[in-house]
Design a protein around this ligand. Sequence first.
Ligand code: HEM
Length: 367
Amino acid sequence: MYLLLVSVVLLLWYLLFRNKRRRLYQLAEPIPGAKDTFPYLGLLKNSYNAVDNVVSDIENISRETFKTGGIQKMWGGPLFFIALTNPADIEYVSKTCLEKDLLIMKSVRAFTGDGGIFAPVSIWSRKRKVIIPAFSPKILNSFMDMFSRRSADLVDKLKELSGTGTFDIWPVINNFTLASIAETSLGIKNLDGINDVVVSDFLKSVEEIFKVGSTRTFSIWLWPDWIFKLSWQYRHFTKHSNKIINITNNIIRKKRNDLKHVDLNVYENQTIFDHLILLSQRQNGFTDKELREEITTFLLAATDTSAVAICNTLLLLGKYPKIQEKVHEELVRVFENDKEKSFKDVLNDLKYLDMVLKESLRLYPPD
Ligand code: HEM
């Protein structure tokens, strides 16, 4: 009797659930469905080892989607996914569907809060009005000398490692991108050198947080907050999230202090962080918490993506020595005998390198 009652309640709940979503089912109906998925479970059949297989799963789904006219539907339990491969469709969706799925964003938002691109659209669009002017060509050009200097340092570091056998290039490149972003975006010149510990602590924590974030995203049993909070992943996440919060709080304190000694009316070379700090000193400006969220988001958005792009490009150059040779020839020709030339003098002449970078980003876009 009891079992019958529970079954009836469950059935009623399921029918109501379906009825509420009938429009979604109608719209989904004509879209070709992915092969090799289970009824109801759909993609979730793979979730027990999804973290290990996510890249190959996405590759397989993309290949299948090419065969079904560029669009394919998939269910992950009650969740509905659409895979697209036609660039025009992707562009349309990217421009019109701006709100990000809460589930995927949940783990990231736990420490970026409502920072930039991770925030709901209403908050993001207000904040991006402040952020976008900081990417003006004038400001970007002012960073060229710094890029030249830091790139030369990077080459020196790689020279030391060259010939020493196999080594992991990732930490070298990741440190380079974090230090460059810290200098250009936050105006902090000495993150490396005297503060090596801070840099590696930050990078380590970012890496650990990404790992927990992706494990949670692809492990359905960790989706409910109350289960996640009981897990070791949550304790690990909190430990590293607190480290990032401490580091970024120190950055804010240092910057506020530095700005006390400058005349803001004639202050040149403003970084994105200066913009935010200056705004925060006005009415309705950013609070320290909001500033911290923006900085964390910014460092995340810029460091890992750039490091992945550089590493992928270096890998491709290693794989295709003829292309590498052409890049080298161009660099030798453009720099001639003047190695001291700054990037800003030669950037427009590095046409082949520009194509190589674009092709690498096209083939392996960092996410
Ligand atoms: C190869 C390196 C990079 C790649 C592939 C990349 C990719 C992306 C993508 C795909 C978005 C859109 C994200 C979304 O709306 O969900 C984005 C946004 C953004 N990225 Fe990057 N990015 C890179 C490097 C950087 C760097 C170096 C910076 C800063 C110094 C940066 C700052 C930003 C900012 C501020 C946004 C948000 C823009 C907005 O609100 O509209 N990114 N990036």
